[in-house]
Design a binder for this molecule. Structure first.
Ligand code: SF4
Length: 324
């Protein structure tokens, strides 16, 4: 069984912090199905698109077809309260990792104080930290060094395979004091206040991970790899897999619409007036929070947008409740 960040794990898979819809049901069931590591969605001090009047969706299906799905999710959209709710559940012998991104060490202290709960370990997302701070990946590793010297639990650093090619990996990882690293083939980017994470199918992402294999094998540190959910000859070689946002589709048993479709990646997340409610018709499903239970208005919705993307047109609509 793999050894990671000081933990002897019960299995070789878990949920990455890229499962950005903070569903307690997904966490619970993944743990019961054998997930050894549960990373929370990455949080920061605030959601950059926070608004009292409008909600911004968190999930978009860019394309589907025989090669797999391309998904877009909105990092930093989970609130401290949502992540605290995840941290207060019991997960047996699964380890829980709190993922965060900040622009400074002081922000990290403030954020962890606000969370106020102790996970089994922490994850610093280096690429989101770069986007928040406007600085390079070396700055994120400097912050990791400060954090790992002060945190009472192990610190894991996550960064993209693309940025690994830009740094002196061996030196910078050793200097950071990280207990383990997570490598993702998926990219994060921002346009204004809109943050995006693009999850791509294995045929596109796996070669990027394997191009790093030799350099990573020389590191004296345990490594986990973010991959899309599914089986594949190459993916079976990965010693510790953390599933990305595609796990949400698996959890909801989404089989695809049966037709090839593709849309351009948006330049901004679409928003929904909070005066509107999701109305589900007979046959609608695909809510990561398990809120769609037959026909009617959905209560407690956080407007993640998954049901609007994945159901056939007309099954889910936005409607206003009008009082007489
Ligand atoms: S009802 Fe739809 S928009 Fe609301 S939480 Fe569920 S999937 Fe997301």
């Amino acid at each position: 069984m793999p050894y990671f960040a000081g933990f002897q794990l019960k299995g070789n898979w878990g949920l990455s912090s890229e499962v950005e819809l903070s569903s307690p049901q997904i966490f619970k069931e993944a743990s019961a199905s054998g997930a050894s590591l549960l990373f929370t969605p990455t949080i920061s001090l605030r959601d950059p698109l926070e608004s009292d009047e409008r909600a911004y969706v968190r999930f978009k299906l860019i394309s589907e077809g025989p090669e797999g799905a391309v998904l877009l999710t909105r990092p930093l959209s989970a609130s401290v309260d949502e992540v605290r709710a995840l941290l207060t559940q019991e997960y047996g012998d699964s380890k829980v990792v709190l993922s965060f991104a900040v622009s400074s060490f002081a922000e990290a202290q403030q954020l962890l104080e606000e969370v106020g709960l102790k996970p089994d370990a922490y994850e610093l997302d280096a690429n989101l930290t770069c986007l928040l701070s406007g600085k390079g990946v070396a700055y994120a590793f400097e912050m990791a060094k400060e954090l790992s010297a002060t945190l009472a639990k192990p610190l894991i650093v996550k960064f993209s395979a693309a940025s690994a090619n830009l740094i002196d990996l061996e030196r910078i990882v050793a200097d950071s004091g990280a207990a383990a690293i997570v490598i993702t083939p998926n990219v994060v980017y921002r346009i204004g206040n809109h943050f995006f994470r693009l999850s791509t199918p294995p045929w596109l992402s796996t070669p990027l991970l394997f191009s790093l294999a030799e350099r990573l094998s020389e590191l004296d540190i345990s490594v986990a790899y973010v991959v899309q959910y599914g089986k594949g000859d190459l993916l079976e070689l990965v010693p510790l897999k953390l599933y990305d946002a595609s796990y949400i589709l698996h959890w909801m048993r989404w089989k695809g619409s049966g037709r090839a479709r593709a849309s351009a990646a948006p330049l901004a997340w679409s928003s929904i007036s909070k005066k509107l409610k999701v109305y589900a018709r007979k046959g609608a499903s695909y809510c990561p929070y398990g809120l769609i239970r037959g026909e009617g208005f959905v209560e407690g919705c956080n407007y993640c947008g998954a049901c609007l993307e994945l159901n056939e047109p007309g099954l889910v609509e936005l409607a206003a409740l009008i009082s007489p």
